[in-house]
Design a protein around this ligand. Structure first.
Ligand code: FAD
Ligand code: GLY
Length: 376
């Protein structure tokens, strides 16, 4: 099999890159996955697009989050047009709750810091919050409201990206695990997989939490990506009675259009053990009922776990693989891969098709881990 571009990993990152490459005329594109595509972190996620809450750890990362968020309205409309699938982009906004004075003091300090930087955030009293969301706990004291933190139904996003691939000539190979990249004369010429060698001119490594298992010439990649488990549950209600995504310091609640309420998520460093646990599920039920007391006692409709791809500094790895001009990496999106997928796809496809670099590739390139200090 020969391709122009071989994308290893069919999660939201690999599939979004495949779509952008196809639209830019990159030629024959193949996606290879060790399992069925879209069945790992991208399926397990909550679908929140929360740059002001989850990527505000530095101004650069915040800007990355905002730039990707701003692509979502067009991304969602284009996917509907291309595939007929509505990814349920919901712009109702997100609340962050405080239940006691230390939590309220923390929210006030975040509000002050973000207001000075013109982040769209409003400080609300407990009464204001209950006007917006009557089912929220009477125990809350204050909250922040982020009108520009949204959500999508990530499983529908995957369905749309899959349909785009299937209807636009992108080849999908499932149940084929890549173990290493193939070299010939010092150049990468493809990938060795469990179903044989896959040849390609350009390779994109989009293998999420499993990225560090891939080798080149028997050697590890020059950075480490680790799995960080997240457990989630969904509860079934008859109709949607909560409008907004709601965080507390102990978890979050994500109301879906069909009446399901998702509650997430644990953050656990337990290697590749991709399972739910009784303790994890109990902590989620407690976190959900603390935010919305009426959730207490509802039966758990579904429980699941996923592995977030985490690099040592918690930031994405996107760009050229040092020393290999035809290999690109797009991984380690940790808690924000759904949010960051459209912008990641844009900068990686611009790099591959037009040779264009970008500030994001400089900031989040792999070079930051391959210094004289060795691999971190
Ligand atoms: P994945 O979706 O894991 O895809 C990687 C793919 O690569 C897999 O299909 C895998 O089978 C394949 N693969 C791996 N190794 C190989 C190999 N050697 N050969 C072939 N194929 C291989 N993000 C948000 O933006 N918003 C959220 O609300 C959110 N909530 C989350 C909640 C939970 C519980 C979890 C676990 C994550 C959440 N995330 C969220 C994070 C988000 O899910 C991830 O950042 C994102 O899905 C990563 O996408 P990916 O394509 O890199 O990885
Ligand atoms: N971004 C939500 C999570 O990772 O749990």
């Amino acid at each position: 099999m020969n391709s122009e571009v071989l994308i290893i990993g069919g999660g939201v990152i690999g599939l979004s890159i495949a779509r952008d490459l196809q639209k830019k005329g990159a030629g024959r594109i193949t996606i290879v996955d060790r399992g069925p595509i879209g069945a790992e972190a991208s399926w397990a996620a909550a679908g929140m697009l929360a740059p002001n809450i989850e990527t505000d750890t530095s101004e650069d990362f915040h800007r990355f989050g905002i730039e990707s968020l701003e692509l979502y309205p067009d991304f969602s409309a284009a996917l509907l047009d291309e595939t007929g699938i509505d990814i349920e982009l919901d712009r109702s906004g997100t609340l962050c709750l405080a239940f006691d004075e230390p939590e309220a003091a923390e929210l006030r300090s975040v509000h002050e810091r973000q207001r000075l930087r013109n982040v769209r955030v409003e400080h609300l009293s407990g009464a204001d919050v209950r006007d917006l969301e009557p089912l929220v706990s009477p125990m809350i004291s204050e909250a922040l409201f982020y009108p520009n933190d949204w959500q999508v139904e990530n499983r529908k996003l995957f369905a749309a990206l899959r349909k785009f691939a299937e209807t636009n000539g992108i080849e999908i190979i499932e149940n084929a695990e890549v173990s290493e990249l193939l070299t010939y004369g010092g150049r990468i010429v493809g990938a060795k997989s469990s179903i044989g060698d896959l040849r390609a001119k350009v390779i994109v490594i989009a293998t999420g939490a499993w990225t560090s298992l891939i080798k080149i010439g028997g050697l590890a990649l020059p950075f480490i990506v680790r799995p960080i488990r997240g457990q989630m549950i969904s509860l079934k209600t008859n109709s949607r009675q909560i409008r907004r995504v709601i965080y507390s310091p102990r978890g979050y609640v994500v109301p879906r259009a069909d009446g399901r309420v998702l509650v997430g998520a644990t953050v656990e460093d337990v290697g590749f053990e991709n399972v739910t646990t009784p303790e994890g599920i109990k902590s989620l039920m407690d976190a959900g009922a603390e935010i919305i007391p009426r959730l207490k006692g509802l039966a758990v409709a579904e429980r699941w776990a996923g592995l977030r791809p985490f690099a040592a500094d918690g930031l994405p790895l996107i760009g050229d693989l040092p020393g290999h001009e035809n290999v690109f990496v797009a991984t380690a999106h940790y808690r924000n891969g759904i949010l960051l997928a459209p912008k990641t796809a844009q900068v990686i496809s611009d790099r591959i098709v037009d040779g264009v670099s970008s500030r994001l590739l400089e900031l989040y390139g792999c070079g930051r881990f391959s210094s004289a200090a060795g691999v971190r």
